[in-house]
Ligand binder design. Structure first.
Ligand code: FAD
Length: 512
């Protein structure tokens, strides 16, 4: 087994988890990462001297990481300092009202009661119960399962799970379903936004995505040093178990010979031989032939609609005038127009929702002076469409609208140019090739879309898939799970199991 050579292409969260688990099992693991740091979307550029988390900021489902680190003989708490946040998120409606959701369900219930009345609080309680049931029904049969299909799910759900899904109407959209739960349009909007966590429109995402609300209501953590620390931690642990990590190393081709994977070729022409390869980039890169013609068939031929991209501003500047918490969401009215603009018209939203992560807040310390902020609005994944004279104007317009909203809500934020790093869909497309800047793989639109993502095995022997564009989907914990599933599939492959347990044939001979 130690002579089984694995190349992992990409040090995103999934690639790092695969590398760690396989190196821990004693395999020879080499990770090739095009960027100059591990983490992929979990990047942390420096702006005005401050390292700012400029990708994922909301850490949920810590059990995923507890399990991964447990499997490699350590504990999350021994490696990183995680702090549970008491306020999950603070929501503002265009300067008119605000609502905090809390880790403590009782406090959330009271807050919703004060915000929208006792009847709506009861509906909120009922919604939480339903979202929890949906989550519990799907955790085993879908989230943890290696490649669920519509038919396999039916059996795995059992009578109780099927009844839960039948009750919410899985073919209904999340938006419709929330209309059954809430009378207050603001609460409907708040919970609909969870569809965007997997890059989708609430109007097209299935009602089952309410499970994301449950995931957040279960708890949100901050990581000391930022989310990027999680990537550094996994990289460090993988290296301590013998994995080689090569940064600034672009893989140009997955070498396939006689129908199976033989290794990879780097951009400088060098070939690295391997018995197995795990691809952690976006499936779109495979499909479009960026990793060579031979690897194209590893991705489903038909591309589903791209998920959301984003326009982000990583800022190091004072933010005054409004009591921010760590996670802040600023809504406008006419929520539908945001998704019509993005998914139907393919343009930046004219009335964007703005997410602001105040990274120095939420754990009891109020920042003095300049603080680290990530501001994000959703955007269409059209970063590969040639820019025209309107592109920059549209971005400037969207920026003005987004920052005007913050200002109407009372926030005084006037960063100097050197205190801001703007990242556009075009930049995301450069960082994550073939995606157009889509950050969450394909959109989860339509009730069958969750089954459209391939699992960790591919039709090409020796080639495995991991990351946000494969099952179980995007988001840091989900992608991490896909990394685990890819490592498990590789360990269960005939190439490895036959060596451990030679299979007896009917004639009594051992297979080599
Ligand atoms: C702005 C933003 C905010 C987000 N917010 C959240 C959040 O709050 N919570 C949450 O859970 N999730 C969030 N997400 C989503 C989450 O970050 C992703 O789903 C997850 O990190 C994806 O991990 P991955 O394993 O797919 O790898 P990726 O992060 O996509 O990394 C893939 C890596 O592969 C490398 N690579 C690709 N091709 C090659 C090649 N040919 N050669 C070498 N290297 C290659 C790339 O350089 C990259 O580093 C956010 C994402 C973004 C961008």
């Amino acid at each position: 087994m130690p002579d089984h050579r694995v190349v992992v292409i990409g040090a995103g969260i999934a690639g790092l988890v695969s590398a760690l688990e396989l190196a821990h099992q004693g395999l020879q693991v080499t990770v090739l990462e095009a960027a100059d740091a591990p983490g992929g979307k979990m990047r942390q550029p420096r702006v005005d001297g401050a390292a700012i988390d400029s990708g994922p900021t909301v850490m949920t489902m810590r059990w995923v990481f507890d399990e991964i680190l447990g499997r490699v003989g350590t504990r999350l708490d021994d490696q990183l300092r995680l702090t549970p946040l008491s306020v999950l998120a603070r929501h503002f409606w265009d300067g008119a009202s605000s609502l905090d959701l809390y880790a403590d369900p009782k406090r959330s219930l009271d807050a919703v009661g004060r915000f929208a009345g006792a009847q709506e609080a009861r509906r909120f309680e009922h919604f939480c119960r339903t979202a929890r049931e949906v989550y519990l029904a799907l955790e085993g049969p879908f989230i943890r399962s290696c490649a669920p299909s519509f038919t396999s799910m039916g059996g795995a759900l059992g009578a109780r799970g099927l009844a839960t899904l039948a009750r919410i109407g899985p073919m209904r959209s999340l938006w419709d379903s929330l209309g059954q739960h809430f009378r207050d349009p603001r609460l409907r909007q708040l919970f609909a936004r969870y569809a965007t966590y997997c890059g989708s429109s609430p109007w097209q995402a299935p009602a089952t995505l309410m499970l994301i609300a449950q995931v957040e209501l279960e708890g949100v953590w901050s990581v000391d040093g930022g989310m990027h620390e999680l990537a550094l931690c996994l990289a460090r642990l993988a290296q301590s178990r013998g994995a080689q990590l090569h940064l600034g190393c672009h893989c140009a081709e997955i070498v396939i010979h006689a129908g199976r994977v033989r290794g990879v070729r780097l951009a400088d022409g060098q070939q690295i031989d391997a018995d197995s390869v795990i691809f952690n980039g976006d499936l779109a890169a495979l499909r479009s032939g960026l990793l060579g013609q031979g690897a194209r068939s590893a991705a489903p031929a038909r591309a589903a609609q791209r998920s959301l991209s984003a326009l982000t501003w990583s800022i190091h500047a004072p933010a005054r005038g409004l009591a921010l918490d760590r996670h802040n969401v600023f809504f406008q009215d006419d929520y539908a127009s945001e998704f019509e603009d993005i998914f139907r018209a393919g343009r930046l939203p004219r009335r964007p929702t703005v997410y602001l992560c105040a990274q120095d807040r939420g754990t009891g310390h109020e920042p003095q002076g300049a603080e680290r902020l990530l501001c994000l609005v959703n955007a269409p994944a059209r970063g590969d469409v040639p820019a025209d004279k309107h592109t920059d104007e549209d971005i400037e317009q969207c920026q003005t609208t987004a920052f005007d909203l913050l200002s109407r809500c009372g926030l005084s934020l006037q960063p100097q140019p050197h205190q801001v790093l703007r990242t556009t869909p075009r930049d995301f497309h450069r960082l994550f090739p073939a995606t157009g800047g889509a950050l969450y793989g394909q959109a989860t639109h339509g009730w069958m879309s969750a089954f459209a993502r391939p699992g960790s095995t591919s039709p090409i022997p020796g080639l495995y898939l991991a990351g946000g564009s494969v099952h179980p989907g995007p988001g840091v914990p989900m992608a991490a799970l896909s990394g685990h599933l890819a490592a498990a599939a590789l360990m269960a492959s005939p190439a490895l199991t036959k060596r451990l347990h030679p299979v007896a044939t009917s004639g009594g001979m051992s297979m080599p």
